[in-house]
Design a protein around this ligand. Sequence first.
Ligand code: FPP
Length: 228
Amino acid sequence: MSVPDHGARHVAIIMDGNGRWAKKRFLPRVAGHRAGVEAVRTIVRAAGDLGLEVLTLYAFSSENWKRPEEEVSDLMGLMKRFILSDLDEFAANDVKLKVIGNWRALAPDVVALIENALDRTSGNKRTTLAVALNYGAQDELVRAATAAAATGAITAEAIEAHLDTADMPPLDLLIRTSGEVRLSNFLLWQSAYAELYFTDRLWPDFKPADLAAALDHFARRERRYGGL
Ligand code: FPP
């Protein structure tokens, strides 16, 4: 696949601000998450149009279990509906689904849904949508280092080969919406040389033009990987 003009192959997004989006409209938080799912749909399509190979989205962190039970159940429900209802859309747009994080520990019905979606989309080639579910970078690193140790020396290469993202191109650009400036335990290893881009836009308001602007910003950066 040829690399598009902006030069990025892999973009990740911390989708933040659903709650504030809803609050501004005097709506319940779940309405913000629902609007967040709509933004996911639009941005996945845009990622393909903009020539990205992989779009990784932070959908549910290993820390999100601390939220009220009702919100956790709303988020899981939205996720299940998204995976079910968008299978045709994935096929139409040639999107391969991937899930990173400790997703096999989720409820059996969610695991079964995911396995089916992974299987159904495994032949798609244009864009990979990697959804981070029950994901925490420290947990990922512990798992990767443990697996590396079991096979020999713990080297950077061995750890990298056991990360959830092992089969993906290196992360080029990490975006966080809603004005918060932190990584919140997302892709800590993969961010070592990624460009970081923070925008005040709340996630449900994040549009294809915002993704294009972030990629434009990326295209103008000079990446030195520690050199001069
Ligand atoms: C952060 O907003 C968002 C989340 C914790 C969940 C993100 C989930 C989605 C966009 C929906 C499902 C995703 C997929 C891939 C279908 P927040 O609630 O922390 O917002 P706040 O900081 O304004 O309260």
